[in-house]
Design a protein around this ligand. Structure first.
Ligand code: FES
Length: 162
């Protein structure tokens, strides 16, 4: 622990200037941890998938919808990103969930208009699971039949024979 009586103004101790009050330092550490935690959960949406009926690309729109809906949710929040193709082109629109130390999911046949709520519901479930592993009975009913892959986190394959 930092001894305030021995600090020299302007000197850097433990990565922080010694003149910074402990509350400010604690707040900065908390913010940093929240950022790390938040950025470790990602929703990745294909930006190139075309709707099978309209032929429109709806990935960017779905990202905007998800960001908006997730901003109303309690922490942890997700980084929502796009990528050009996740090799699920036969089942557009594809959406992946990924986090450090957790199983990765790839969903396909996602409809921007009707599935965004189910994806947010799944995000809440995913965030609550220590290893991200869940079965079809736990996932939102709207996502039934839309899962293309469930890949265990590195080193978890043998533990998860469920
Ligand atoms: S174009 Fe979307 S998965 Fe390939």
């Amino acid at each position: 622990m930092l001894d305030a009586s021995r600090t020299i103004p302007g000197k850097v101790c433990s990565g922080f200037p010694s003149g910074i009050a402990s509350k400010q330092r604690d707040r900065a550490v908390r913010r940093f941890r929240e950022t790390v935690k938040r950025s470790s959960h990602r929703i990745i949406v294909c930006s190139l998938c075309r709707d099978t009926v309209t032929a429109l690309r709806s990935g960017e729109g779905l990202c905007a919808d998800l960001r908006s809906m997730l901003s109303l949710q309690p922490a942890p929040s997700f980084a929502v990103e796009t990528i050009d193709c996740m090799a699920g082109c036969a089942r557009p629109l594809t959406v992946a969930f990924k986090a450090q130390g957790k199983a990765t999911y790839l969903f396909g046949s996602i409809d921007r208009g009707t599935d965004a709520g189910a994806l947010v519901e799944f995000a809440r479930l995913y965030a609550s699971l220590p290893d991200g592993w869940c079965n079809s009975g736990q996932r939102p009913a709207r996502l039934a039949g839309k899962i293309l892959a469930r890949i265990p986190a590195a080193g978890k394959a043998r533990e998860q024979g469920r």
